[in-house]
Write a protein of this length. Structure first.
Lengths: 580, 377
């Protein structure tokens, strides 16, 4: 075998593979450079989803003519001096790889001028070779044109997605950076049409409007908190505004967009019991962390980060999100959705407008689906109130809902969801201490499949904590000796079976959360069923218990426990006020 | 139908049978009370298809007949009538019942008695006979242990076994068991084994008088029913099908500690602990501390709650055996002690994880098993 050192171009192309995966990554790298250069205006122009042309111009500090060639070399950077600097990176770029990589897989030109020189310089490179400096008149700042991306790497070209997908990904990057840098004016032009722009006036909400839509932007809750030297700010969706995937969750760490599944999960955890299964929040969160406490040098694309104290950051994010949610979780009010059949037409036409797909795509391949569809839009304004008002029991309808009166009208309480919430909180409260367990007179024997018994075996310690005493009783057979006393009155076997059912994909990574998950499931199983007639006393007790909960408005799986028909609404519906 | 009755008797009769009226039924006639002339008396009956109650009151019958009267309306009306004679006559054609008493004259819209579910008359032979007072006491000592949850229907019932002149009633809800044995004055010919809904027994205890009356229990063959018959009242109930757990196996055969205490003092201590027992769990600890030459034995009943506070009560006790610390649902303890009428009670225990047994002292025939609690690990 004959070992050779790869020619520079080939090495660059290989390295490029890690940095420049697709047109959107070129856009990202170039935007980051412009931001690092202190630009207050960045224009991005794209043709054919970036395959034909990506052009970025900024009014940043520019590059000295004499340095232009150097800037294109691999590992050329003005942002790091020595290895120590790596531990406190405050710029978005630092690896000195982007320009070299991009230039090696495209027809590339860079034009730049600093404020100190009267003339600018330009270098044109094809597939990483060439590179002659010429003088050229230009404004202060930098203009980079990337044409025919991957023209010399057909393999990569083949793997690019269809144009709309690639375009959406470019959108995603540009809008997210615009969000993080509201004082920079961004303008994105795709195929000669302006698709996105910001004013640069520093207003993040304004950018939220173009990121989602004005309706949604209005409803997003503010997160503003922090601890030690760490600041956690941003926007999160209220619990009634959800999506079917996690793509609308965005994190910035020190102004850098990161895609960190752990951070994302931490955020979702904060919503844990308030969202329906399979629904995810929308969020834009900005973390400011002292640079020495975070490592961004994990992957060439710099989209992953590692924190010194991962746990503290996660807890901080969760806490911040929870606080924002607690303060603003509204009782869903039946306002406009209320449709009496006789009035259906009039009301429909007025209120069916609403749901507009957000203009901005996501990074997922199936984002097309998620963009068109599932955004839940409630019609309420968040009330900054915690808890539920004092409720006076009136009666039960359909053996499923409790009718109650509050200070501001009528409340319908879903007995199952409410009981689920009550059980859940009682469990969680007791869990801090120890959960009381009641021995069974007559142990219950259950037989399981091999897989189920493994699952149960695995979760026996958790079940023990919850107050289930279960012993192995021969192959694949178990005996329930004790059950949580909270669940007295419900079937222990049914409750137990929840742990041997599949856990969703989602639920696995957070093993420390498995207890709460199991508790939530056990509560769901054990809560009083819809269809069960409750005595007046039982109804009253349920309302009292619900009032005592700290998140009484949703069941642990996120369904609402109650809906509210305000006096105002009733008056309107009866034509007493503001007749329509 | 044309009859006259005393308001007092009618009101009382309606009060008894209306307990079986079904308040939510799709069958409108079940919200009514059957009113029927029968053997020179007036029969009032109500049923919710599970439990049926009949009451006979004295009446002057001018014309035989029957109808069904809406329970609420009838009871409300009779309640307002003066304590005097009430004349009722039915217009068979319109099913309007005219109720007349002194100055008041009312017509109630009724439903034809044809629509009322038939309530067959039982054969009165071969039943077991009890003194009402005894039966009520037996019921009181077991029914509270039955389950109120429909998940395991057999546990919502009370097991009744009669062999010769020996009667056993047992009820269990999965966490506790009450067993009561008694002797009948007359042996039955064929052994009896049935599960009677606890609710029916509770109703029986409620409607039966306090006197020395005799109640006859019948289990007509093949009908899946039990009937309790007194002089003026009859209660019938569907039986629960299924197998009652083998409760004898659940009763511990031995113990290592036997604690004898004043029933009343123990009960009071439990009531106090219950106030503080942790929300939703009702857990209370019973610390059995045997005495020595210097000091008598004592039990400490303690409970605590994050919200309310904590409580400890000491009760003098005569203790044989080892010290033991065991936790129970204090509600279970309280409910069991509540039905023990002897001055002293024995608590038999073995270990923290083994069942406790309560037995009234110097009275054979009743025992109560309570499963312990513990705090998860
Ligand atoms: N838009 C720009 N304005 C000013 N300087 C730039 C710009 N883009 C790149 N540079 C210069 O070129 C260098 C190399 O860029 P790059 O390859 O992206 O590496 P890095 O950003 O990691 O330093 C940067 O360090 C910077 O000095
Ligand atoms: Mg860079």
């Amino acid at each position: 075998m004959n070992i050779i050192i790869l020619p520079d171009e080939v090495a660059s192309q290989i390295a490029a593979g890690e940095v420049v995966e697709r047109p959107a990554s070129v856009v990202k790298e170039l935007i980051e450079n412009s931001i690092d250069a202190g630009a207050s205006e960045i224009n991005i122009s794209i043709l054919e989803a970036g395959k034909k042309l990506i052009e970025i111009s900024d009014n940043g500090e520019g590059i000295e003519r004499t340095q232009l060639i150097t800037a294109l070399a691999r590992h050329a950077t003005s942002k790091l001096r020595d290895a120590n600097d790596l531990y406190k990176i405050s710029t978005l770029g630092f690896r000195g790889e982007a320009l070299a990589s991009i230039a090696s897989v495209s027809r590339f030109s860079i034009t730049s001028r600093t404020k100190n020189s009267l003339e600018g310089g330009r270098v044109i490179v094809e597939g990483g070779t060439g590179g002659k400096l010429e003088d050229i008149g230009t404004t202060v700042g930098t203009l980079i044109r990337v044409e025919d991306l991957f023209y010399n790497v057909p393999a990569r070209l083949k793997f690019l997605k269809k144009d709309p997908t690639e375009k959406r990904q470019i959108d995603a990057f540009v809008t997210r950076y615009a969000m993080a840098y509201p004082e920079i004016r961004f303008r994105l032009t795709q195929d000669n049409k302006i698709t996105f722009q910001t004013s640069g006036n520093g207003d993040k909400r304004e950018i939220l409007s173009s990121l989602y839509n004005p309706e949604i932007a209005k409803q997003m809750l503010v997160v503003d908190s922090g601890f030690d030297q760490i600041s956690i700010k941003g926007f999160i969706s209220p619990t009634n505004l959800t999506r079917s995937n996690r793509q609308a969750i965005t994190f910035f760490v020190n102004g850098r967009w990161v895609q960190d599944t752990a951070l994302t999960s931490a955020l979702i955890q904060a919503y844990r019991t308030m969202l329906m299964v399979g629904r995810y929040p929308m969020a834009v969160i900005f973390l400011e962390v002292p640079p020495e406490l975070v490592d961004v040098n994990i992957h060439p694309a710099k989209s992953e980060v590692r924190f010194m104290d991962q746990g503290a950051i996660f807890r901080g994010v969760q806490g911040a999100v929870k606080r924002a949610l607690l303060a603003f979780t509204p009782v869903p009010e039946l306002q406009n959705q209320l449709r009496w059949s006789s009035m259906a037409e009039t009301i429909n036409s007025e209120f069916d407008q609403g749901i507009k797909p957000p203009p901005i795509g996501t990074l997922d391949d199936d984002s097309a689906k998620s963009v068109d569809g599932p955004i839940d839009k409630g019609d309420q304004n968040p009330l900054p109130v915690e808890g539920v008002p004092l409720l006076r029991q009136i009666g039960q309808v359909g053996a499923s809902f409790i009718v109650a009166e509050g200070p501001d009208g009528l409340y319908l309480v879903d007995q199952h969801a409410a009981h689920e919430r009550i059980l859940f909180e009682k469990f969680m409260k007791m869990q801090k201490d120890k959960i009381p367990s009641q021995a069974l007179l007559d142990p219950i024997t259950i037989t399981l499949s091999a897989e189920e018994s493994n699952l149960l075996e695995d979760n026996l310690p958790v079940m023990g904590k919850l107050g289930f005493v279960i012993e192995s009783f021969g192959p694949k057979t178990f005996r329930i000796l004790s059950m949580p006393s909270l669940l007295i009155g419900s079937d222990p076997e049914r409750a137990l079976r929840v742990v041997i059912e599949d856990f969703e994909e989602d639920e696995k990574p957070f093993h420390d959360q498995i207890e709460a998950k199991i508790i939530a499931r056990v509560c769901k199983r054990s809560a009083v069923k819809a269809g069960k007639i409750l005595s007046t006393d039982e109804q009253k007790a349920l309302l009292l218990d619900l009032e005592a909960c700290s998140s009484p408005r949703t069941c642990p799986h996120g369904r609402p426990t109650m809906i509210h028909l305000s006096i105002n609404l009733l008056e309107r519906q009866f034509g007493r006020k503001g007749a329509r | 139908m044309k009859v006259s009755v005393l308001q007092e008797n009618l009101a009382q009769g309606l009060g008894i049978v209306s307990r079986a009226v079904s308040s939510r039924s799709t069958l409108p006639v079940l919200a009514n009370i059957l009113v029927k002339t029968e053997d020179g008396r007036l029969r009032l009956s109500a049923t919710n298809l599970e439990i049926g109650i009949t009451c006979w009151i004295g009446a002057k019958i001018e014309e035989e007949g029957s109808t069904t009267v809406p329970s609420r309306t009838f009871s409300d009306l009779v309640g307002t009538l003066p304590n005097a004679q009430v004349d009722m006559s039915l217009n068979t054609q319109s099913q309007n019942l005219n109720v007349n008493s002194g100055p008041s004259n009312t017509d109630i819209k009724c439903i034809d008695s044809q629509e009322f579910p038939p309530m067959p008359k039982p054969e009165l032979d071969g039943g077991a006979e009890f003194n009402v007072k005894d039966l009520k006491e037996i019921i009181r000592q077991v029914v509270f242990s039955a389950s109120t949850d429909d998940a395991r229907p057999v546990l919502t019932g009370v097991l009744l076994v009669i062999e010769g002149n020996k009667l056993i009633m047992a009820a269990a809800d999965g966490f506790r068991l009450s067993v009561r044995e008694a002797e009948l004055s007359q042996a039955v010919e064929a052994p009896i084994r049935a599960i009677i809904p606890a609710r029916a027994l509770m109703e029986l205890a409620r409607v039966a008088g306090d006197g020395d009356e005799i109640v006859t229990m019948l289990l007509p063959e093949g009908r899946g029913q039990v009937i309790f018959r007194m002089k003026n009242i009859e209660l019938s109930s569907q039986l629960i099908e299924g197998n009652f757990p083998e409760y004898q196996q659940i009763i511990p055969g031995s113990h290592t500690t036997r604690t004898v205490v004043s029933t009343n003092a123990f009960l009071k201590a439990c009531k106090q602990a219950e106030i503080f027992a942790r929300e939703g769990s009702h857990i209370a600890r019973v610390n059995v501390i045997p005495g020595n030459e210097m000091q008598p034995g004592t039990i400490e009943i303690s409970a605590q709650s994050e919200e309310t506070g904590s409580s400890e009560v000491f009760v003098d006790a005569t203790i044989e055996g080892d010290a033991v610390l065991i936790a129970f649902n204090v509600r279970y303890l309280r409910e069991a002690l509540d039905v023990i009428s002897t001055p002293n009670v024995a608590l038999e225990t073995t270990a923290a994880a083994a069942p406790g047994v309560l037995r009234p002292l110097s009275e054979e025939g009743f025992l109560h098993v309570i499963m312990p609690m513990h705090l998860g690990n």
